[in-house]
Write a protein that binds this ligand. Structure first.
Ligand code: LLP
Length: 404
């Protein structure tokens, strides 16, 4: 089992590479991947890393080397995956609201495609008919996930073709003699309860008999990871057991056993990531003691966007007296990372580390306030590698066309 990176080591990296700094621990990704493959070792299951969580090319190459497949949400993610060395048959493009031209491009590249609208399904049929297998991204009308913003399978969600439109789907399948190879659902992120997946299987198996050339059932991602002490994570062993039972209860009427796919993002890369910041200013007010770090929601948006909790640790003063702080950023917006958080006494210049920063951390960062995006470091076999340089001033002007 890999340990957390130590305070001393993170301090050393902060001194060497500067802050704000994203640090990823490769062995933790491997450990998470092995948890999945071990739990599902008796079943015919394949994992596609949902790379929207973190697309640094080195992370993609590392995950490719572990043997996982990859799930993409844009044609550029597909191209990054190809660049990282994933062969097309290990790349899945689960689209959502995209232009048909991207689907056509993915098809030319030989990628596996999940289509999420009747409109694109119709266009796909007109162009390719039965010649190229295609998956259906369905909306199962199941409410699941940590909060509404990350719930994607409920009956008001934009994602997928509503499963209640099955007649329209079947009409298109018939019209174009479509070769439907997989049925996909993704109900949300941070799903604790494995019964959600079982419910999804039930919804899909109601319609499975309608698709004679089906090979795969794709249950999406969304496994919960612990963000704070005492947090419950998805019980992967129980999930494997329940999914196994649900499939055993519904043999494929087509005869061949169906392969099960999952698309974990957070589960693979959340806990491998540390976001290291430095304290600029401490401001004592009647409302709170504000600790302002050299970052903001331009670098880690999850606390502001989802009210997400990230564990924060003052790695510079491990023996310091426990006190309460509001940890905020340095951008010109209310960018509160944490209210009333107990930390070892914080001094200006201390390093504060945010845990669980691997998934949707750097990936959702921006240059708001003309601040630089952070650097990224990958620790692998005990060695730290800079895998993305910190922005420089010229990056802020790159692509701008000065006409005045
Ligand atoms: N598959 C599909 C089709 C998805 O849309 C997603 C996530 C995943 C897989 C992976 O879900 P995961 O295993 O990472 O939970 N930015 C939000 C999460 C949004 C997830 C969007 N889709 C956050 O930071 O919490």
């Amino acid at each position: 089992m890999s340990q957390h990176l130590t305070k001393e080591y993170l301090t050393q990296l902060a001194a060497e590479f500067g802050t704000p700094l994203y640090v990823y621990h490769a062995e933790k990704i491997k450990e998470q991947y092995q948890k999945l493959t071990t739990a599902f070792n008796k079943s015919n299951t394949v994992f596609f890393y949902a790379c929207k969580a973190l697309t640094n090319i080195n992370i993609l190459k590392y995950i490719c080397s572990l043997g996982a497949n990859v799930d993409c949400s844009s044609i550029n993610e597909v191209k990054l995956a190809l660049h990282a060395g994933f062969p097309p048959e290990r790349i899945l493009y689960t689209s959502n609201g995209i232009a048909f031209s991207e689907i056509a491009e993915a098809k030319e590249l030989g990628i596996i495609i999940n289509i999420d609208s009747l409109s694109n399904l119709d266009k796909f049929g007109q162009q390719y008919g039965h010649s190229y297998p295609v998956g259906l991204r369905l909306r199962p009308n199941i409410m699941a996930g940590g909060n509404l913003k990350i719930s994607t399978g409920h009956d008001k969600s934009k994602f997928g073709i509503p499963v209640d439109q099955i007649d329209e789907i079947l009409a298109l399948v018939k019209k174009h003699n479509l070769r439907i190879s997989d049925l996909h659902i993704h109900t949300g992120s941070e799903i604790k309860d494995v019964e959600v997946f079982v419910k999804g299987i039930e919804v899909l198996f109601d319609i499975v008999p309608q698709f004679k050339e089906l090979e795969f059932i794709d249950l999406g991602g969304g496994f919960k990871v612990p963000y704070k002490d005492g947090d419950v994570e998805t019980d992967i062993n129980l999930l494997a057991q329940k999914v196994g039972e649900a499939f055993a209860a519904h043999p494929n009427p087509g005869g061949r056993p169906l392969q099960v796919w999952f698309e974990p993002g957070k589960f693979l890369v959340s806990e491998c990531g540390y976001f290291v910041t430095q304290v600029n200013v401490i401001k004592q007010t009647s409302a709170a003691t504000f600790v302002s770090v050299d970052s903001g929601f331009n670098h880690l948006i999850r606390p502001m966007f989802y009210d997400a909790y990230h564990h924060i640790e003052n790695i510079s003063n491990p023996g310091g007296e426990k006190k309460k702080y509001s940890v905020v950023g340095n951008i010109c917006e209310t960018d509160t990372f944490a209210w009333d958080r107990t930390l070892n006494e914080v001094r200006e210049g201390d390093y504060l580390v945010f845990r669980n920063a691997g998934a949707y951390g750097f990936e959702m960062s921006s240059n708001f306030n003309a601040r630089y995006k952070p650097a990224e470091v990958l620790v692998i076999d005990g060695k730290a590698h800079l895998i993305r340089k910190r922005d420089e001033f010229k990056d802020l002007l790159r692509n701008q066309v000065e006409v005045i």
